[in-house]
Write a protein that binds this ligand. Sequence first.
Ligand code: NOJ
Length: 762
Amino acid sequence: MRHFLACLTAVLMFSAAPALFAANSGDADIDKRIDELMQKMTLEEKIGQLNQYSSTFDVTGPAPTDGRNQERFQKIRKGLVGSMLNVTGVEATRRAQQLAVENSRLGIPMIFAFDVIHGYQTMFPIPLGEAASWDLEAVELSARVAAVEAAAAGLHWTFAPMVDISRDARWGRVMEGAGEDPYLGSLMAVARVRGFQGANLSADDTIAACAKHFAAYGFAEGGRDYNTVDISEHTLRNVVFPPFQAALDAGVATVMNAFNEIGGTPATASAYLQREVLKGEWGFKGVVVSDWNSIGELVPHGVAADLSQAAQMAMNAGSDVDMEADAYVEHLPKLVKSGAVSEKHIDDAVRRVLALKFHLGLFDDPYRYSDEKREKERIYNQKHLDAARDVARKSIVLLKNQDNMLPLDKTKGVIAVIGALAADKDTPLGSWRGKAVANSAVSLLEGIKAAVGDGVEVRHAPGPPLGKGERSFLKELELNFTDPTGMDEAVAAARGADKVIIAVGEEAFQSGEGRSQVDIGLKGLQMQLLQAVKAVNPNVIVVLMNGRPLVLNWIELNFPAIVETWHLGSQAGHAIADVLFGDYNPSGKLPVSFPRHVGQMPLYYSQKKTGRPGPDPAGMVFWSHYTDAPNSPLYPFGYGLSYTTFGYSKLKLSTKKLDFDEDLTVEVTLKNKGDRAGTEIVQLYVRDLVGSVTRPVKELKGFKKVTLDAGASQKVTFKLNAEALAFYTARGKWEAEPGDFQVFVGPNSRDLLDSRFTLKGK
Ligand code: NOJ
């Protein structure tokens, strides 16, 4: 398994050595303390360590009633709860910890977990947005800040990063991952794990990370959340597993299993995934936590007749901790007594949980994360907000800039700022927003007003509202398709303005868990607003705010400038204004293909060629294509513009015949051809021309972020070797196959220079 990080080392040099999570191996002192403790534990107390409850409020499922809470408090007092989620803040976590430490027989502290996905209270861009920065230091910093804040709020564990590769924009959780590519996804996974965990889990500013959801949750049929997955081992190993392996190599402390089934077996009950691959083949020593009630869901999945059978299946399959199903605590004691579950499995799971508690330092001081002063100082401070602004502007992708319409002049003129999202202080916080305070983001309008001088008149009219009623993580959002109130005012504001900035896209809770959609275009009355504005003013800059790739054909055809800003977090408005007015030259690149039509899903650049790649030379119809749209995306993976332009030339390889144990140097000359400094993300792709199994038409194998002054040139080099060319072959091995390869370098996955080399046999 070490192969993966090994071939990424060149890119990861910036960062400190990973804090390898040793769990119950390699640390003799911890092992001894665990042995001693386990000898004192009853079977029930051991199983209690595997039981995880949510706090009284909840975020992704039905909340327990008050009576049930009393019962749960009792269980904590009896040492029957090992960890909790959704208890946050020093005061609440301290009170909960006291219940366990001061009342239970052995006083074993609990772990407090929370979904800290893109920030605790200071919000950074949604993970898909951050991935668009292709900036590993920025992504690590974002996770670092999130960890500092979460740890200061009494937390020990985040359920992040989500490392699911996703190639279907209908799936709402696309926003939570790093996009479609396993190479980029692996690097993002490593950066996030390092950011959360730092070098030492027991430090008061680090938290345990969790690579989720194991496995293939992003491959739900039809993009419908929680739906069936049927995926080959070939795709699992080549596409889905690599980011998990990279997270493990980076020392991730925990892994979460998944709601979905794969080929008839729900992931939570899959011994293949959890025991054979994760804990066996890859030697994972940390904790495997179930997803929310995913053990209970084995019943509706139809593989367990009742909760007891579900508990038996999940434990035997290697799920260590039961989140919210009550399956383990209620049923494992008698299952062990009857011999249906081996006590060895329980002991192994308990050791993993206790090891995590030791690593977090909880046995030395269960209240080490409970410091009110630290909580006040470390959460939502100016330093964190500045970091959020910087990561946010790095995440912006310039999709179109005809006739250099951008950047805008901030000294004079009339700017109309319209669209329902323009003054929205909540949407930029995105979905999965931790403890962000509602409506706390800097809106686009505020960002623009703060950026321009007195000579600029800023007009604002929102146009028709996008959503109706309550906005909530828990509830379906109701969109406004009928009420045009505000349309006329918005058109009037646009009329005669020098420039119109129109913010359109998705509200925060249009993407995220449970938010799958069949239509990934602009919803509500946004298209009507765009049409009406275009009719009165052609000088329009479209600012997109969204959590998934959108279908943008009409916008691309009809507007001169388009800026993709995702849901950028607390400082969104300032970050967008930095780009709009040229204080920051955009450099983001799409981590995911933007389709022309939802019917292209799943869409990804590293597709297979098929036996009929076409077009057919005789003009016949029998090749792999659509007859009503091109196969290609509107904007390809890796795409993004700058206010300057870059030229690529002189692609050179150090050799055309590469020995198996040799490094190939790929060199290209990059020139900044414009009149301002800019940053380019230079991308390296490879195609294995003939394999023992079919190979993608291109695979990302490296990238470099290069900043050049106007007119400057630089040679950019990459190293390739057999290890980097390895994949899961027909022999069931991760290895490179000798033969011919095409190598490509360029600004995105479509517009590339190319050359060839041959990898010689061993
Ligand atoms: C369900 C989600 O799938 C998972 O990612 C999350 O960590 C848990 N709920 C806990 O909130």
